[in-house]
Design a protein around this ligand. Structure first.
Ligand SMILES: Cc1cc2nc3c(=O)[nH]c(=O)nc-3n(C[C@H](O)[C@H](O)[C@H](O)COP(=O)(O)OP(=O)(O)OC[C@H]3O[C@@H](n4cnc5c(N)ncnc54)[C@H](O)[C@@H]3O)c2cc1C
Length: 623
């Protein structure tokens, strides 16, 4: 039975942890919980502006989206603005990887002496490439708050050239990464079926719902806590070795698999009922931006769910071999490398060898003497072509300010562009609003000590019933100079809870479901997320000595209501003519304004964000 808030340690004032960052504890009359120490290296503890160490609601943090929602949801107009008198060659809207790459490409094409302003509505640069840095409990602990890794096998020559320029050597980083999504850890993967969502609490070791663990494993499958009937059906499916369409060619099979939902496929051909199907529903959370219920049979089996055993492929599945190159803070270190090239004074001497642990001086980001300025907490609210250039109005600290430039690149979410730039052609605005990003959630929890985790012997936990569909121990990565990332470093350790909010049931389209999930995500309080992770910690690791009341040192909830770029699906998107895909129509240059962001390729990847930046800048040559 789950514990009361008090027993879970919820009474311990979470907002105090927010306060701790950047505020003198003595001045607040506070003391730290026993055993918690702010590391000497925490810049915020020294009173500096340093957002990576902020905790609480991160990702799209409170205050970051108010201005954007005022224009997009409430129809407010920010037509008039106070001129700052600043004039740039380029204004970039959005300081994510695409916006930062845009600035680098612009310097390449238009000259190192060009003046560039990057506007970013969050309190940190990097967009989804977000870093969570903890100093509670001793030495620095790093975690990613958004983008995980570089999917290097899909890189274009252009994206590869950007990596070379930043000094990123995939082989070198792979050699520093023992972390493999926890899959190689002792006793993992584990799957925890919780009594709140299933019939009882059951922790299955060396088991997941992926085909490679599920198939030919009747003993473990038979322990999934569902009704007797559902269990029998699941066991039968896990041992079914057949071919339902032996007469069809592969192309015909693929077409059929793409035309039917995974759940209908399993209903019809494996005899599974709704109770069985629900077991699989959140398997996709995080890896994809939506639940399995929305996926075609082909898409679901392509991410590793069982089903090929119905198509003559037998019960053996290939080992998981996902391309992984990552820094301990994910691609936030890639963003840091880009910023360091744009504004060298921000972190002099920093290279790929030490980027993850280097100090970054945020005071340097927006100095008038810089060639490139990054203005944080600044939301673009109006972008318009004017004679010989563009004007960009932005909202900051309750004021609407205006800057002018020769060019602008919109490296922000496409769905906001029609509100920034209403004079764009109607078809283009409609195409931009086709982009409904997927909401995602990454909650990092810093624990005082890893001993209970070691005792439990779980490196990755899958939770088919919970808000976060998986929990990963974030250790085993020493890239970017992060020596403390080694598997056996003693002391505090970070756990990453990864998932999304299950879309509501009912007769909704996929995009309506995503929007509903987003609203729910924004409506939830920090305490709701914190309670959820404390319950999981208590129930899974409590029996191994974790005291959830005492051992949780910090919680950072990275909400991404606008997460992965929407990508085309088998079941929910029509076929488009080449050149007429919404992302192609959406990202046409409009006068002196070009358009980037991963949305411009409808492809939620870092390499996509970089490739569209190169394309957008090239288009400005003829503007
Ligand atoms: C949780 C998560 C995990 C991911 N994992 C991976 C991964 O492992 N590998 C991978 O390749 N990709 C991953 N991605 C995809 C990720 O989107 C891309 O890799 C890439 O970071 C996108 O960069 P971007 O600059 O296009 O967009 P963003 O990172 O979204 O940057 C755009 C920025 O523009 C800002 N903005 C929006 N409107 C305005 C405005 N009006 N004014 C000012 N600023 C504005 C946004 O707030 C944002 O900061 C992940 C995404 C998420 C959310």
């Amino acid at each position: 039975m789950s514990k009361s808030d008090r027993e879970l340690g919820m009474g311990r004032d979470i907002s105090r942890r927010d306060f701790i960052q950047g505020t003198s504890l003595a001045s607040l009359g506070l003391t730290l919980p026993a055993g918690v120490a702010l590391g000497q290296g925490d810049p915020a503890a020294q009173g500096r502006y340093y957002p990576p160490t902020r905790t609480g609601l991160r990702g799209s943090h409170p205050g970051s989206f108010d201005a954007a929602h005022a224009i997009a949801r409430e129809g407010l107009s920010f037509e008039s603005a106070e001129p700052t008198g600043e004039h740039y060659d380029l204004v970039v809207v959005g300081g994510g990887l695409s916006g930062l790459a845009t600035a680098l490409y612009y310097q390449d094409l238009f000259g190192k002496n060009t003046r560039i302003l990057i506007l970013e509505n969050h309190d940190d640069f990097g967009g989804h490439a977000k870093r969570n840095e903890f100093h509670q409990g001793g030495a620095m602990r790093l975690a990613l708050g958004g983008v995980h890794n570089l999917e290097y096998t899909s890189f274009s020559p252009n994206a590869q050239a950007m990596m070379d320029r930043l000094g990123i050597d995939f082989e070198a980083i792979k050699a520093q990464t023992g972390f493999y999504y926890g899959e190689e850890g002792r006793g993992s993967p584990c799957t925890w079926f919780d009594a709140e969502h299933f019939r009882e609490d059951v922790l299955l070791r060396d088991f997941s719902l992926a085909a490679r663990d599920f198939l030919n494993n009747p003993e473990q499958v038979g322990r999934i806590p569902v009704s007797d009937q559902a269990r029998d059906r699941l066991v039968r499916f896990s041992t079914l070795d057949t071919h339902i369409w032996p007469q069809l060619e592969w192309e015909q099979i693929e077409a059929r698999l793409r035309a039917i939902s995974y759940f209908d496929f399993l209903r019809e051909h494996a005899g599974l009922d709704d109770e069985c199907l629900d077991v699989f529903n959140n398997f996709s959370h995080g890896v994809e931006g939506w639940s399995v219920v929305n996926m075609s049979a082909y898409e679901a089996m392509d991410i590793g769910l069982p089903g090929w055993n119905l198509l003559g492929q037998g019960l053996e599945s290939e080992e998981w071999d996902y391309p992984m190159v990552m820094f301990p803070d994910g691609n936030a270190s890639v963003a840091r490398l880009m910023v360091q090239q744009l504004i060298p004074t921000v972190s002099p001497g920093t290279t790929v060898e030490n980027v993850s642990v280097a100090d970054f001086d945020y005071e340097q980001l927006d100095r008038s003497k810089n060639q490139v300025r990054i203005r944080l907490n600044a939301t673009a609210v109006r972008v318009k072509n004017i004679t010989d250039g563009v004007q960009v109005n932005y909202w900051q600290d309750g004021r609407v300010l205006a800057v002018q430039a020769r060019h602008a690149v919109l490296a922000c979410y496409h769905s906001i562009i029609p509100h920034l730039c209403p004079e764009m052609p109607a078809a283009q605005k409609e195409a931009q609003q086709y982009q409904v990003k997927c909401p995602l959630l990454l909650t990092n929890v810093l624990l005082r000590d890893q001993a209970p985790l070691k005792r439990a012997g779980i490196s990755v936990l899958r939770c088919p019933g919970r808000l976060h569909s998986r929990v990963l121990i974030w250790q085993g990565n020493t890239a970017g100079g992060y020596a403390d990332g080694a598997w056996d470093t003693p002391g505090a350790v970070n756990l990453t809870f990864w998932g999304m909010i299950k879309e509501p049931p009912g007769e909704l389209t996929l995009k309506e479901r995503l929007r509903a999930s987003r609203y729910q995500m924004l409506g939830m309080e920090l305490a709701d997320y914190e309670r959820e992770v404390r319950q999981v910690l208590d129930q899974v690791w409590g029996p191994h000595g974790l005291d959830v009341k005492e051992d949780v040192l910090a919680v950072s909830v990275n909400r991404w209501p606008h997460g992965y770029s929407y990508y085309y699906t088998d079941l929910w998107d029509p076929d488009f003519e080449a050149g007429q895909y919404p992302h192609e129509v959406a990202s046409q240059r409009f006068g002196n304004i070009a358009i980037a962001n991963a949305d411009a390729l409808a492809d939620a990847y870092t390499h996509a964000a970089i490739d569209v930046a190169a394309r957008a800048v090239k288009e400005l040559r003829s503007a």
